[in-house]
Design a protein around this ligand. Sequence first.
Ligand SMILES: [Ca+2]
Length: 436
Amino acid sequence: MRLIALPLILLLAACASSRDAAVVAPPPAPPPPPPMTMAPAPGPSTGSNVASQQVAVPTEAGFRSYMEKMRNFAPARGISEATWDSAMEGVTLNRKSIELSTPGGGGMGRISSYLARIDASMVSRGRAAVAANAALLDKVGRDTGVDPTAIAGIWGNETSYGNVLGNFYVVEALASLAYEGRRRSYFEDEMFAALTLLQEGLATRAELTGSYAGALGQVQFMPSNILKLGVDGDGDGERDLRGSLADAFYSCANYLLAHGWRKGEPWLAEGRLPSNFRWEYAGPDITMTAAEWDAMGVTTADGRRLSGLVGADAQISVLLPGGWRGIPMIAFPNYRRFLDYNPSQSYAIAVSHLANRLKGGGDWRAAWPSDLQGMTASDLKTLQGALAGLGYDVSVDGRYGDKTRKAVRAYQLSVGLPADGYPTQSLLARLRGGVS
Ligand SMILES: [Ca+2]
């Protein structure tokens, strides 16, 4: 696939490698690509918050002290001392979890490295996995109304179709991340949810093996989501999202439905933009109705009007993940359900594209700009600093989010560049040169 040839991908694949290193892949013939572990979604802050400040330097002694305090909270969270003591036996500070959960690089190019994983091998192994489980997937689709290829797209991206489930004891991983403190109450809640799984007999300690961030099973559910949205799909009385594909697939469908999945609608399609398209209308932070895009002449790459695919009032974004010269993508409402699953545009595009391929769709028609160079987190910080210096409202954090996108877009508009909101090396060079 063409994306692989780009130096950009090689550069940015390196950013992901430390995160991937933790995953022990039991490789079938072609080794599976590393999984994209479900990043924890922002959760409600219901944690006990022993201390809400960030722990500066994680130490084993600090961890032990924190865990002693947490043990006191266990009964109030419905966890017996016996469960706690048994679950925590041998648990130590897991620095690998903390290291892998630390944002490693700028967002730019992540999309390329994500999409580079959706190669011929990923697609062919996926089609084989879908064929091998066709009866079950069809039944899930009929029963729930969720397109089974969407589920397969998540399954493939999360665990390479069940081949890479993670090898972390999630109680230890979650305790370490809670102690580390950046998202303490979220991880405390997930740790207690994992302990609840144990105490209620929904999982054994050995079954609480998963990702460095505490996600479990074939489709990488966080423990609280197993409790809230897990489904016993095969009717054996257990919610076993690790050992039972039926449980995993029905649970995945249930998650998407609970977040507003629209039955019978697509999620993402390659788009075709009119020649007079205003680039500043693109971006995940901007939505317009299908009817509004129709009126502007935006269609799918094969020329279909958007309101013919979804309701005329459906809220849709045009995405330009490779900038204005890259591949235009139409993000339908169901695309946002993948974002609910993991709030990363790169993740949601990768799941969308894999699902489209598993549904029989082809590769992208448009080409990725071959001269596009990656932006490291450091590059992004420099760019953000320059924009902040010009008075734009932007955080200098090396991350490509909505604020940076808006600031880049506003700057591009002010100097007459195509306002795609996409930070590039050439934009950085321009800002460094003091050209404003
Ligand atoms: Ca079951």
